[in-house]
Design a protein around this ligand. Structure first.
Ligand code: PMP
Length: 443
């Protein structure tokens, strides 16, 4: 494999070798799989990417989710260039697109009456936790086992860095987790147990869920479970917080909450809301809850306590104009449905290959979020709330992290860029012919 990639991606290897002298690990993203070494992308367009050595790839990574229209969408790009020509990247003052984007989001997602733009999904998760505590006067945050809600101290609870044995919570003092706990996906009894227990330790401020299941649905959850989370959270006086960083404007124009028919108090956005540009994070929700942001009185004239949040480059004109036109184009092109159909077609093709070769793999999708996993691997076998079981489970199933990385590298050799070899995003830039070509390469 190394030899193959040395030949095929020699220029990338040389650059990464240099980069390692000044960048830890040679890359800027701790969460990326980079086996056998990272490749350097020089061009991206629609459903394709090209590396420094001139190799062409199908893009099933979609920058980790944001580029649902395809990479480097010309309409969004032109709008951003127009804006740069008039006011540059940032001024520190209000721009009309802050309003336009907030308005657009509130029109597309009915639970969002008010919206605040932030710098990233991680920041938005932090902000939501603060608002929830102020709105409820309670302390604890509950999240689903294994769910990723960004890398802030408190939310790093229970997460592993892919490709390493380390927990992401390394470097975070244990006391930070005093008010964070996890419940099992698809287990309402377990959620209720936690809610009851929390009554003695300051109550539950929020139940965080990724409505398509933790880790973009790597562990899928049922509709009944999602609705049950909403019911139970409210019964115990907690807010329901939907993390739609991945699913927002991807599963449907109204996000996964529209798909599951829930009305969260707060929703966390990221990725698509800045159309692949930097500054992709935001919190939206019910008016009374969102009143805990901003200055002065809430809309009823009441004085409420305010959460500190913001950032020098939060809500820059660039993020807002890119986000606004991305959402407009999603609607115009019916992008969620188109990308979803491509996801269905891809998954069907993968399932056929799995059957044909009788592989111990499983393929499934929720619209344009597709999963191709080793059946019984860590994602399915692990009780994420007991990470110390990890070595035992890996031994039992015979699956090693290294093997997962090798799969990702094998796909890359076939011209397919995936997220860690196990997650595949489709975009509206794919055609059926392209998906069929992708399927034959997997096959
Ligand atoms: N929540 C979820 C569900 C995510 O998938 C991510 C990012 N992958 C985040 C939060 C954090 O967002 P960001 O990377 O923008 O900080």
């Amino acid at each position: 494999e190394e030899h193959y990639f040395n030949e095929k991606c020699g220029k990338s290897k040389a650059m990464i070798t240099e980069a390692k002298t000044v960048i830890p690990g040679g890359v800027q993203h701790n969460l990326a799989f980079n086996y056998p070494f990272p490749i350097v992308i020089t061009k991206a367009e629609g459903a394709k990417m090209y590396d420094l050595d001139g190799n062409e790839y199908y893009d099933l990574l979609q920058a980790g989710g944001p580029t649902i229209l395809g990479s480097n969408d010309p309409v969004v790009r032109e709008k951003v260039i127009d804006l740069l020509n008039t006011c540059g990247p940032s001024t520190g003052l209000f721009h009309e697109y802050e309003y336009k984007l907030a308005k657009k989001i509130s029109e597309m997602v009915p639970s969002v009456e008010m919206f605040r733009m932030l710098g990233s999904g991680t920041e938005a998760c932090m902000c939501a936790a603060r608002i929830a505590r102020l709105a409820t006067g309670k302390k604890n945050i509950l999240k689903m086992g294994g769910a990723y809600h960004g890398w802030s101290d408190q939310m790093a609870y229970g997460i592993r860095i892919p490709g390493t044995k380390g927990m992401m919570s390394k470097g975070v003092p244990g006391f930070v987790f005093r008010h964070t706990d996890e419940f099992f996906p698809n287990d309402l009894e377990d959620l209720e147990k936690h809610l009851k227990r929390n009554k003695h330790t300051g109550g539950t401020a929020a139940v965080f869920i990724e409505p398509i299941g933790p880790e973009s649905g790597t562990r899928p959850v049922s509709k009944e479970f999602v609705k049950g989370c909403e019911r139970l959270a409210h019964r115990y006086g907690a807010l329901l917080v939907c993390d739609e960083v991945v699913s927002g404007f991807r599963i449907g124009p109204g996000g996964a909450q529209g798909y599951y028919g829930i009305d969260p108090d707060l929703t966390i956005f990221g990725k698509i809301i800045a159309g692949g540009f930097p500054g992709a994070g935001g919190v939206g929700g019910h008016r009374d809850v969102m009143a805990h942001l901003g200055a002065g009185l809430d809309s009823s004239g009441k004085k409420v306590s305010k959460a500190l949040c913001g950032g020098t480059l939060a809500a820059t004109p660039v993020s807002c104009v890119a986000g606004y036109y991305t959402l407009c184009e999603i609607e115009k092109r019916n992008a969620c449905e188109v990308a979803g159909r491509m996801g269905d077609r891809l998954t069907k093709g993968l399932k056929a290959s799995i059957r044909k070769y009788n592989l111990p793999f499983v393929a499934f999708n929720i619209g344009s979020v597709c999963h191709l996993d080793n059946a019984g691997t860590m994602h399915f076998a692990i009780d994420w709330t007991k990470p110390w079981q990890l070595p035992h489970i890996l031994k039992e199933t015979g699956i090693r992290q290294k093997e997962m990385e090798h799969m990702g590298a094998a796909y890359m050799a076939e011209g397919l860029i995936t997220l860690a070899g196990t997650r595949l995003y489709t975009s509206a830039a794919y055609t059926e012919e392209m998906i069929d070509d992708v399927i034959s390469r997997f096959d």
